[in-house]
Write a protein that binds this ligand. Structure first.
Ligand SMILES: [Fe+2]
Ligand SMILES: [Fe+2]
Length: 396
């Protein structure tokens, strides 16, 4: 059996950004790797003022949620005290006894590699994949360093790639200044804003507790989706002059029950008499909205009835639903990490213009899809479609 080829991308990842993802993807392709371990460091001795490891870990998980071959790895975070690359590689060797390791570094790091602890040993433990851009060194200096390390037994491969013009320092400065951050995945930007990292103003006072709970209760994909929904709900609220805080809170908690086993949701449903609708009780896809509103109140302490209602009707819709309900419903359907589906583009465009029209397009699209699959659309959705069609906003 061929040996597994595993890339390793370390660093503080403070925060992880598109440049990191771009380099990891390029390494996957050009070095024909099977996967890349994304390895945020614990508390590096030379950097005191970095964001706590668990926050950086959750952001790495959220950023990699859609990337099948980028695997977040806790090898350094879980080890107390100072950890050097030689230690990291030894730990990973225990987990992957037969793999070939490819350590991804920047050209600037290559120039300092001979200062690493036990660097000669490290040279024998992995191949180095070097991202070509260097801030402080000429190509001739880099070539000389490569020759030097190769003579000591090192395997140094320059990655054939165009680097992206994005840095963690630039991203942190933009966040602190409240500027756009196109180089940051949306779920990461949302995490920073909710919690108030990197000089941002914390938008959700309970963020510390909520983000930890949501991360523990949800799959990584669901966690990333949740952050993206909160971001989009907030944007829609701003576009349509709604309360952005309510929209963001509802977006953040809308799927808080989604990863519960169905039987637990049903037990909650019975205990709290949430519904007697059989179709809802038998489907986790529908029941998690009612269960979610219930948990948002009991476990997350939400008392705002408008927020709870938006969570409760985010799956089927409801005749008479408010604009806040619509913003959360739509954010769930159009958030930027959503995989493409037939009406996505249309609903995204309409959502900027009219919440009612976007709702109708979304529900009609779902109805068509459900019927095509030989199933029946839930009566609440059909009633909502009829109600929307009767509104003056739709006729205009
Ligand atoms: Fe949901
Ligand atoms: Fe959702």
């Amino acid at each position: 059996m061929a040996k597994e080829r595993i890339g390793i991308m370390g660093g503080t990842l403070d925060p992880i950004h598109q440049g990191h993802l771009h380099i990891a993807r390029a390494a996957l392709e050009s070095a024909r790797l099977d996967k890349v371990l994304m390895l945020p460091s614990g508390a590096p001795p030379h950097k005191q003022d970095i964001v706590p490891a668990e926050d950086r870990w959750r952001m790495v998980c959220a950023a990699c949620a859609q990337e099948e071959r980028l695997i977040p790895c806790r090898a350094e975070i879980d080890r107390p005290g100072v950890i050097y690359t030689v230690d990291t590689l030894s730990i990973l060797r225990e987990d992957y006894p037969r793999a070939d390791f490819f350590y991804i570094i920047g050209a600037d790091t290559l120039m300092k590699l001979h200062h690493w602890r036990h660097y000669e040993q490290v040279l024998g433990m992995c191949t180095f994949l070097v991202c070509p851009r260097a801030w402080h060194h000429t190509p001739a200096e880099i070539t000389a360093q490569r020759r030097c390390l190769t003579a000591l037994g090192g395997r140094i491969v320059m990655l054939d790639m165009e680097p992206m013009d994005v840095s963690s320092t630039g991203v942190r400065q933009a966040l602190a200044a409240g500027e756009p951050t196109p180089g940051l995945p949306v779920p990461v930007r949302e995490y920073c804003g909710v919690k108030g990292l990197y000089g941002m103003t914390q938008r959700i006072p309970q963020a510390e507790d909520w983000l930890a709970r949501l991360f523990a209760a949800l799959s990584v994909k669901r966690f990333a989706h949740t952050l993206a929904v909160a971001h989009t709900a907030r944007q829609l609220a701003r576009t349509h002059q709604l309360n952005a805080y309510q929209a963001e809170v509802a977006g953040l908690l809308h799927d808080c029950a989604k990863c519960m086993p169905l039987k637990d949701m049903q037990a909650l449903c019975r205990a709290r008499a949430l519904t007697e609708d059989k179709a809802v009780i038998e489907s986790g896809n529908l029941l998690h909205s009612l269960a979610g509103a219930c948990l948002a109140a009991s476990d997350y302490g939400v008392t705002d009835p408008e927020v709870l209602r938006a969570i409760a009707c985010h799956t089927t819709g409801k005749p008479g639903m408010s604009h806040l309900d619509m913003a959360v419903f739509l954010a769930d359907k159009i958030e930027p990490t959503r995989a493409d589906y037939p009406t996505l583009h249309q609903v995204r465009l309409l959502a900027q213009l009219s919440l009612e029209k976007a709702m109708l397009a979304s529900l009609e699209g779902t109805d068509k899809y459900v019927r095509k699959g030989g199933k029946a659309t839930h009566p609440s959705s059909l009633e909502t479609i009829r109600w929307l069609r009767s509104l003056p906003e739709i006729a205009s």
